[in-house]
Design a protein around this ligand. Sequence first.
Ligand SMILES: Nc1ncnc2c1ncn2[C@@H]1O[C@H](COP(=O)(O)OP(=O)(O)OP(=O)(O)O)[C@@H](O)[C@H]1O
Ligand SMILES: [Mg+2]
Length: 420
Amino acid sequence: MYLIKLGMDYCDQAQRAYIRGDLELALRLYEKAVECFRKAVTYTSDAATRSVLSEKIREIEDTIEKLRAILQGENRDLRPRAARSPRATLPEVSESGVIQKEKVSRGGARPGTREVESDGEFVGLVETFISRANVTWDDIADLSDVKRELMSIIFFSLAIPEKPVKVDVPRRILFFGPPGTGKTMIAMALSNMLSATFFNVPISGVLSKYVGDSPKIISTLFKLARERAPSVVFMDEIEAIAVKRDSDFHQVPGLLQTLLTELDGFGSKNLDKLVLVIAATNKPWVLDEAILSRFDRKVYIPPPDKSARIELFKLHLERRGYELEGITYEELADLTEGYTGRDIANLCRKAILNMLQRANPNIEVVMRSVRNVEELRKAKYRVDRITREDFEKALEEVKPTVSKDDLRRYEEFLKKSILS
Ligand SMILES: Nc1ncnc2c1ncn2[C@@H]1O[C@H](COP(=O)(O)OP(=O)(O)OP(=O)(O)O)[C@@H](O)[C@H]1O
Ligand SMILES: [Mg+2]
């Protein structure tokens, strides 16, 4: 029914407004959603639908009440956790906009209540962040300064000094730079080298799904990282949590504070256990000063220069068994000034596909004649050299994703962060 769909759309928009920190808008949208569902109740004669709708109305009204309470008592600044009341837990809204019932809690929180949480409640969720980091340093082209620095951090963290001296090794590292320059790859390679537990924290996902519970999730994350040391906690898109407090974005109440507290306590609690926190951002300039100052090292991961681009092309082509014809690696690097590692990976994929299609023009005929997948698996196709034309066609489609203006901004931030 149209009204139900409209109500769900309002819920969806309200949830997004809440995540952006626009609580007034979220409140208005939830009110509209309730209006739709109420009308829908009066129009439907089906008892089951009426009961589901009434339940939804109750849940949204509960949320509205909480939002009103927050807005009345709130100065929009982040208050200490203890001073926050009531908790800003909202009912979850699924992708389709359907409001779900209480979150399923692990670890023994009382069913039907959001107020009682046991420490273990989010362990199961945080465990799902653990992923296999199977990237090696050799998979990463260039960035030799960054690799060298990170290796030395690990070395001085773990090896024993010949005299009993105290060495302060950075444990909180911020990678900043344009998208697609290898930030995630480096974090993975580092973790892989240490055989560490790699926590790849999907910040936007956590925020959009768990809203008011996200501070608790962050605390659980750090606790688990200590337990499973050596660990690498990789927080991509850190700006989703840690934007400047005076920016247009408002954070989930308490989240930034929790992160700051965890990062503070972190150094002292981990002297004998190796837990590295690596955060990454494409927008370092929007980060809250308090967060920026918590990172002992800020590392710029730039787009590749000419020699790095040559290395990238060789990595994606030569190392995978392809050969060039009528074009050199040097020329390819000249043609791709301003391309990031990801742009070059995409360009190579496209050029390879162009070559394969050119070398195998009869695919459609073959496909029409095969009878099953087994037959297809036995079919052979030609692999030619990749030509200048294959690349020219690919270059028409794959353009650099980072502009010169963007690059200037990163360089300015770099200068500022060196000076500060
Ligand atoms: N230095 C590099 N060496 C090899 N491949 C690279 C390099 N940089 C980028 N790439 C390619 O680009 C892809 C994206 O890299 P990665 O995910 O590490 O980028 P990122 O900096 O984390 O991007 P984002 O900021 O969007 O998260 C990789 O899968 C790889 O194919
Ligand atoms: Mg990344």
